[in-house]
Design a protein. Structure first.
Length: 658
């Protein structure tokens, strides 16, 4: 059994048991200190005999009650500091007076009088040293066991608190601190040296560092990204600090140190929300979110709560997802006054249910996040994807218009731009439905403003690439990548939700808002970064001894190499620097609605190929690519011909003229 496991088991014992062990240990030290005192006095090691046992018994009889009364056994070893040492010193002063009075001044036959002076000195040293030794071992400073050796990047208050938290667990050994402030270099903080970042390569090699812990919660993303880039060549694990409030409240455990997320690598800061826009359609209003239990929907609900609606309606078809977000939000508003949460089970495809909800609750703002969004899944289930994403949007929008909803905001995707898959096409068609309804309402006195917000991949959503890569790295690889040139835009879920709310507040009807996603990220570079910052190397032909291989498996059905946010090239600026407005073509309602009726007929008769051809007619930019999904393979097998995966010629001609 390793020292680390032994210490862990000892720490997990009940406090009464640990106090009893401390008493036994101190009793043993009392006996040993007497024996050592005889050796120092006589110059030879001899067994305790005769009246010498009186010295041993007196040591334990005097010392242990004094230590107990002084509170020495109430102090927690790992946190025992100068206060505990002071209590020990006071107890030892009383002990010395008593012990010396008995053996030095009064005298006991067979016990040299100098034992009354030597033994208390030795006992003070041994008891104090045992406390210090245990504390250092628990603090990870002693080179014992197999503790991971770590450096903390950041010697500020966060770094100090993190070091203290680690010391309380005994699961890591902190070798020192790294800090950019040259005035701190070579200084000592809590017994650990502060090093310059230039010393990192030597420290990693000489000390066997396994991890760097970033303790800079207030650093900008650019600064963090710059530091992370300097750490990549070292091939050591990099983890970052949880929220600083956890530290402030003493709730940090080593297990809470999280691995780097992709947002730590994006290299750009989140823009502060425009509070006027943020609250315009929410403050004091009844707000409804469809798909409230999903990745985007749930974050929208969290952000909406920050703007203090009067009622927040949570609509989702998944019972567990609805329960989870409702339970979470209820705990957040327990002390709030005037905010009501209402969980409502229902599908956006159920027009009667949506009409009942909106008629009863009369929401003033609707955020429509309910959608099937996984490209391969929708590609293999195209009818369900179109029913949910297109007809569900149509049903929700029509019910909102009937109920007099003031603002209806559709959550769209960059995959709606020149789509190569059914999911993206269905989202583009959902946009066109709202555009047609908005244009139809002009001059008819409708109070509902329909708008759409289009953005790329969000981090942490279900199906995100980062959790997949992290799991594959933990399993020893390989990391599976569909294409070495594939790129994606990324944005954090909170940032996307905040921008959606602000974009929706700027809508006057029919707009397609585009979020500024920054620069696209090459996924293979992301995979290499994650491997390096996990303390491993990429296995390749040039490095056959590497830890994790990257395997190219080919594009999935409907997957694109590059994502786009604009169909045209005419975006205009808005009041927010990260939100643009696009003017996208659409079909008027008089043309679109009959085509939707044909689409419904094709789906009702399970005519997948016919549905696909209609999608190509309505959305002329739709050009399927990549591996054929099962339903197209089935069509080819049944007909003995190549499937019709391109829109009719006249539709392509219309698209080229538009």
């Amino acid at each position: 059994m390793t020292f680390r496991r032994t210490m862990k088991r000892a720490l997990d014992l009940p406090r009464s048991t640990k106090r009893a062990l401390a008493l036994v240990m101190d009793a043993a030290i009392c006996g040993f200190s007497v024996w050592l005192a005889f050796y120092l006095r006589l110059g030879v090691w001899e067994p305790i005999t005769g009246n010498q046992w009186i010295a041993v018994g007196a040591a334990a009889t005097f010392a242990l009650p004094l230590f107990w009364i002084s509170g020495l056994y109430r102090a927690i070893f790992r946190y025992a500091g100068w206060g505990a040492m002071g209590a020990l010193a006071r107890a030892m002063l009383v002990y010395t007076l008593g012990y010396a009075s008995l053996f030095t001044f009064l005298g006991v036959a067979g016990v040299p009088r100098t034992i009354g002076i030597i033994q208390p000195i030795l006992l003070l040293i041994l008891i104090g040293g045992s406390r210090a030794l245990v504390r250092e071992a628990l603090d990870g400073r002693l080179p014992l066991g197999d503790l991971p050796k770590v450096l903390i990047y950041g010697a500020g208050s966060s770094g100090r608190q993190l070091a203290a938290a680690i010391a309380g667990t005994g699961e890591m050994r902190v070798i020192g601190f790294i800090d950019d402030d040259a005035t701190l270099h070579s200084s000592v903080l809590n017994g650990r040296r502060i090093f310059s970042p230039t010393k990192l390569p030597q420290l990693v090699q000489r000390q066997g560092i396994t991890d760097i812990l970033l303790a800079m919660p207030s650093a900008t993303r650019q600064r963090r990204n710059a530091i992370i880039e300097t750490l990549r060549p070292l091939n050591i694990g990099v983890r970052t600090l949880p929220g600083i409030m956890n530290l402030a409240h003493g709730r940090v455990e080593v297990g809470q140190l999280r691995e780097l997320e992709i947002e730590d690598l994006l290299g750009r800061d989140v823009a502060a929300a425009n509070q006027i826009l943020f609250a315009r359609n929410i403050l004091g209003k009844v707000v409804l979110v469809t798909g409230a239990g999903g990745s985007i929907g749930s974050e929208l609900c969290r952000q909406i709560l920050n703007a203090k609606p009067s009622v927040l309606l949570l609509v989702d078809i998944n019972e567990y997802s609805l329960y989870a977000i409702h339970h979470e939000l209820e705990s957040r508003i327990r002390d709030e006054v005037g905010i009501r949460l209402v969980p409502l089970l229902g599908s956006v495809r159920d027009a009667a249910r949506m009409r009942d909800i909106m008629t009863v609750w009369r929401p003033q703002t609707v955020y429509h996040a309910a959608a099937y969004k996984h490209v391969p899944m929708v590609e293999h289930n195209p009818i369900e994807g179109v029913r949910n994403n297109v007809l569900g949007t149509l049903a929700a929008a029509e019910c909102a218009r009937e109920a007099g909803v003031a603002n209806f905001v559709l959550i769209s995707t960059d995959k709606a731009v020149r789509p190569t898959n059914v999911m993206g096409t269905s989202k583009r068609l959902a946009e066109m439905v709202l555009q047609a309804m908005s244009a139809q309402d002009v001059g008819q006195g409708s109070r509902t403003r329909f708008s759409m917000v289009r953005f790329g991949n969000v981090l942490g959503s279900s199906g995100s690439v980062v959790p997949l890569f992290r799991r594959q790295i933990k399993e020893g690889g390989p990391i599976t990548l569909t294409h070495e040139d594939i790129t994606r835009y990324f944005m954090t879920i909170p940032e996307a939700a905040q921008l959606v709310i602000q974009a929706g507040a700027m809508g006057s009807g029919g707009e397609v808002f585009i979020l500024n996603m920054g620069e696209p990220v090459k996924i293979i570079d992301l995979a290499r970064k994650m491997i390096a910052l996990s303390g491993m190397t990429v296995r390749s032909d040039s490095n056959p001894e590497g830890d994790i291989a990257i395997e190219i498996v080919g594009l999935r059905p409907g997957e694109k190499l590059y994502e786009e946010l604009l169909i045209g090239d005419n975006p205009t600026e808005t009041a927010h620097p990260l939100i643009m407005k696009a003017t996208e073509h659409f079909l008027p309602a008089a043309t679109l609605m009959p085509l939707l009726d044909q689409l419904v007929n094709a789906m009702d008769s399970n005519d997948i190929a016919g549905m696909q051809r209609l999608l190509g007619e309505i959305v002329p930019e739709y050009t399927p690519s990549g591996e054929l999904p099962d339903w197209l393979e089935l069509e080819r097998a049944q007909n003995g011909t190549e499937p019709s995966i391109s829109p009719p010629e006249y539709v392509r001609d219309r698209a080229s003229v538009a």
